[in-house]
Design a protein around this ligand. Structure first.
Ligand code: FAD
Length: 389
């Protein structure tokens, strides 16, 4: 039987498992999923956790291992430290070496706090449960100015260059923190500043969405500093190049992204830590390795929707190669909603980033409801929804 291994079990890994389950007969392949966690922290919900709702973090741990056991897949909870493509083996921290015939890598990007001088997780963040939870508690305890900072995205610039690791959740946090502080009559004493290396808010969205975001930030007195070149972070201040100092009694950071250490150590990366693939998400050198989601060099911006689309493309390409059939390449587009507080959200469907002309935008309650509905469905169906993107 063909031996398929999936590394990583969040948006990309879980969707890969879904499509393998859907397309293949149980007798054709055996599937093993490896992740260091048996539960998935659903990151889109962490923006609410950081914005004053710390105990909500407990609602967003999805038991993925249960989903796989229901499907008859093997799940190994362990840390992968190397992939050896020459002998088709994965080295794990505590289990014996794991062989594969076909491999799907969906282990995401590593946060690189150290790329900004002085910056470390204790300054505050939102990308993982413990960071968002701490930010949420601190919001009610701390006083004074808040800085929401976004690190850079380090990449070859091919096929396109984005400045920020991910600015969309940072903007979302800013809006939700603003709404929470206003509700608790504390907004006056807590000025909010967003620092982004990009030249516009929502750099991966189109001009209409960017204009709405700029207007909303302005109306809600959230200061936006674009083109921010962050020199140094200290306990209660951020220094921007050349000499601008921004005071901060609380910070919430999306750290820089610089690819994946696992990809580098395994010799699978493009020199920047990202896995280079063709339009079918197949590794440029190793055709039995697919890369899905944040770790894929073509996944720009680094969002869950693109991870899910790539999982679909990669598994269909694998199925097609096994059955001598054609399949569809990865054609990126943005489908994203930013919760902006007060029950509203900004919906964007756009391919402008990739040279297209399509930009559908809606700002209002239906957008926020759609994102809430998606999130709850994802949790309810343990990542395998009746309709998958
Ligand atoms: C706060 C926040 C909010 C977001 N909101 C949105 C949103 O609203 N919409 C959207 O589309 N995107 C959103 N994103 C982006 C989205 O979360 C990511 O793009 C998505 O999670 C990428 O999925 P992935 O499967 O590629 O990688 P990841 O989510 O990073 O998952 C990687 C998995 O691999 C495992 N892993 C990693 N290394 C190893 C190892 N060595 N051994 C074993 N296991 C390993 C990890 O435990 C993890 O489970 C948000 C991100 C953040 C930080």
């Amino acid at each position: 039987m063909h031996n398929v291994v999936i590394l990583g079990s969040r948006f990309g890994g879980s969707a890969s498992a879904y499509w393998l389950h859907k397309l293949f007969d149980a007798q054709e392949i055996q599937i093993t999923i490896v992740d260091q966690w048996a539960v998935m922290t659903y990151r889109p919900a962490l923006v609410h956790v950081a914005a004053g709702h710390p105990i909500q973090a407990d609602n967003w741990h999805i038991p993925m291992a249960r989903r796989y056991s229901q499907a008859g897949f093997r799940f190994i909870r362990d840390t992968v430290y190397q992939i050896e493509p020459h002998n088709q083996t994965i080295r794990l921290a505590t289990h014996p070496p794991l062989p594969y015939d076909t491999l799907f890598v969906a282990t995401g990007a590593d946060p690189r706090w150290d790329l900004i001088e002085g910056l470390a997780p204790h300054h505050g963040g939102v990308c993982e449960d413990y960071l968002a939870r701490e930010s949420g508690y601190l919001l009610s305890r701390a006083q004074g100015p808040i800085v929401i900072g976004v690190g850079s995205l380090y990449s070859s610039g091919k096929p396109l260059r984005l400045q920020t690791s991910l600015d969309l959740p940072a903007l979302e946090v800013a809006f939700l923190v603003d709404a929470w502080l206003r509700k608790h009559h504390r907004r006056e004493e807590r000025p909010i500043t967003v620092l982004t290396p990009a030249s516009v808010p929502g750099e991966s969205l189109g001009p209409k969405s960017q204009a709405i975001l700029t207007r909303q930030l302005d109306q809600r007195q959230i200061r936006l500093i674009t083109g921010a070149c962050i020199n140094k972070v200290e306990a209660s201040k951020v220094t921007l190049f050349p000499h601008r100092v921004i005071k901060a009694e609380q910070m919430i950071w999306i750290p820089p992204y610089y690819g994946s250490e696992l990809a580098r150590l395994s010799g699978l990366d493009d020199g920047w830590g990202w896995i280079p693939t063709d339009q079918y998400c197949r590794h440029e050198k190793w055709p039995n390795i697919y890369a899905v989601g944040d770790i894929n060099a073509l996944a720009l911006p680094k969002v869950g929707h693109i991870a899910m689309i790539q999982a679909k493309v990669a598994v269909h390409a694998f199925w097609a190669s096994m059955h001598n059939k054609p399949s569809q390449p990865f054609t990126p587009y943005i489908l994203h909603v930013i919760w902006t507080g007060y029950g509203c959200g900004l919906f964007t469907l756009s391919d402008i980033l990739y040279g297209g002309h399509r930009e559908w935008v809606h700002w209002g309650m239906p957008a926020a409801l759609a994102k809430t509905f998606f999130s709850r469905s994802y949790r309810h169906f343990l990542g395998w929804m009746p309709i998958m993107p």
